[in-house]
Design a protein around this ligand. Structure first.
Ligand code: C2O
Ligand code: CU
Ligand code: CU
Length: 520
């Protein structure tokens, strides 16, 4: 049984407070062995146009104490960065060497349902599956992960996820930083919680189905607060929020600007200068940072609005990766304009599809957390350690739901996910306007749709923020709010391999907040 003692929690909390008060420099001095940022290996197709991905078990030491049992792709944890080019045809062979079923889904790739790797395309242990992919979309940072119902959350926690990068002829003349791992740096951000035995904590209880996974440690590319030695110059970060549920507000510790150049599906029209970038589960952003001064800084995350995401150590600025731009001069630059993103016309089609995210047990979940004092804690400047311990106890110790309890906890349009029922059919190659809403609960849902890259028309009646005005495959739907999108599906998907529309909080997805649909 997974159990964290109150003592562990308190000691953890105290250590973090002391560290934060001392500032990033002292944290570094204290942790004598700050790990280096692991850079996923780039993987391109071989001469025959094949890429092989092997899902396999591994063991990793993420922090002091016992090793953690993990899964990885071609390695012990996470996977390679698969590099593809627009116009390319590849076959990806996925070989399953882990002792449970998986699938492999190409998140953000515009491909037919048959190649999508969704819940219907299971790969049993010791079996292989082939996806034939024809790449025809702009340069972008995508990712891949299993999508088996209802074990996606578990498989991703164990480590099955990787980046998929598309290149094209349009992005090259921009001279963006593109030396992999030197000035073009992937950052896969995930939160985890460990058991006293050093294993990944994981439990489908009332807190998980309502709030999603709540970790207390941030891993970047599988390392806890690592340091990256980079070029001195403009740096490009390809950020994936690969967490099961958590949102982050990214910022630089010394206040330098983040220039957002790309969203989920590719380049923005021009760079968007921000001091803080909010990113939700499943989303990607590429950002440029001016590090020509060669000075070290931290990328940090600031507290976000959602109460449960403000539990320590997320109640204050938390450094997640140290950047030391001390290497040779980088060659990349920040262009003034980036790409042509089609303007949304004034005369939009009528809304043809509504999707409402439902949480059937929201009240029950919130009541338990409320009773533990979560709401008051989230408002206080200095969270009461007794309250924190009570909330953590709920997260860790609340009993796991039965399988049927889990599968009926959430839904879309009034019904939990069903592998056999299609919720709707969308016409192929037609511009469609969809309205995605949130039931009556108090959570933001990052809603993802397969088989497309879409545009956000409005969020709660307002135009999207500039950094979300380009190509997207995840749309934030705010608590009680509505997001409208404009979407086109160039390929078809039949009922034996349909597309999915779902919340990318993986615990929501695995407990019914997903709908399957066909395109004909
Ligand atoms: Cu990233 Cu349907 O998944
Ligand atoms: Cu997807
Ligand atoms: Cu959700």
């Amino acid at each position: 049984m997974v159990r964290l003692s109150r003592r562990t929690v308190m000691i953890g909390g105290a250590a973090v407070c002391a560290a934060a008060a001392l500032g990033p420099a002292r944290i570094r001095a204290q942790t004598a062995t700050q790990p280096s940022l692991p850079i996923p290996a780039e993987l391109r197709a071989d001469a025959r146009g094949t890429i092989v991905l092997k899902a396999q078990p591994g063991r990793m030491r993420f922090r002091a104490g016992p090793k953690t049992d993990t899964y990885g792709i071609n390695g012990p944890y996470l996977g390679p960065a698969v590099r593809l080019r627009r116009g390319q045809k590849v076959v990806i062979e996925v070989s399953n060497r882990v002792p449970q079923g998986i699938t492999m889904h190409w998140h953000g790739l515009i491909i037919p349902g048959a190649a999508d790797g969704g819940p219907h395309q299971g790969i049993p242990p010791r079996k292989r599956w082939w996806a034939e992919l024809s790449i025809d979309q702009p340069a972008a940072t995508l990712w891949f992960h299993p999508h088996l119902y209802p074990t996606t959350a578990e498989l991703v926690i164990k480590g099955l996820a990787g980046l998929m990068i598309i290149d094209d002829d349009e992005i090259e003349p921009l001279a963006l930083p593109s030396q992999w791992g030197i000035d073009d740096i992937p950052l896969i951000i995930q939160d985890r919680r460990f058991t006293p035995e050093g294993q990944f904590f994981e439990r489908f209880n009332i807190v998980a189905v309502t709030n999603g996974y709540v970790g207390d440690t941030v891993l970047v590319n599988g390392a806890h607060y690592p340091e990256a030695r980079t070029a001195r110059g403009w740096l490009r970060f390809r950020v994936l929020d690969g967490s099961n549920a958590r949102s982050y507000t990214l910022s630089a510790s010394d206040g330098r600007s983040l220039y957002i150049i790309a969203s989920d599906g590719g380049l923005l029209e021009g760079p968007v200068e921000l001091k803080q970038l909010l990113i939700h589960a499943g989303e990607r952003f590429e950002l440029l940072v001016d590090a020509r001064d060669g000075r070290a800084f931290d990328l940090i995350t600031l507290p976000v609005a959602q109460e449960i995401m403000r539990l320590p150590p997320f109640d204050r600025p938390l450094p997640i990766v140290r950047i030391r731009p001390e290497g040779a001069d980088g060659k990349g630059r920040l262009p003034d304009s980036l790409a042509t993103v089609p303007q949304l016309s004034n005369d939009l089609p009528a809304v043809s599809q509504q999707l409402i995210m439902n949480m059937f047990r929201d009240k029950e979940g919130m009541m338990a957390l409320n009773k533990a004092g979560l709401m008051a804690m989230a408002k206080s400047v200095k969270p009461d350690p007794v309250v924190v311990a009570r909330v953590v106890e709920l997260i860790v110790d609340a009993p796991a739901l039965s399988r049927s309890g889990q599968l009926s906890a959430n839904g879309v349009n009034g019904k939990p996910f069903s592998l056999v029922e299609k919720v709707f059919t969308a016409p192929r190659d037609k511009l469609l306007r969809w309205r995605i809403g949130e039931g009556s609960d108090r959570m933001l849902h990052p809603v993802h749709i397969h088989g497309c890259q879409f545009r956000i028309v409005s969020q709660d009646g307002h135009p999207p923020e500039a950094q979300r005005a380009g190509w997207k495959d995840v749309a934030p739907v705010s608590a009680g709010g509505t997001t409208e999108i404009l979407v086109r599906f160039p390929y078809s998907a039949s009922l034996d391999a349909p597309y999915m529309a779902h919340c990318h909080i993986l615990e929501h997805e695995d407990s019914g907040m997903m709908a399957q649909f066909t395109v004909t």
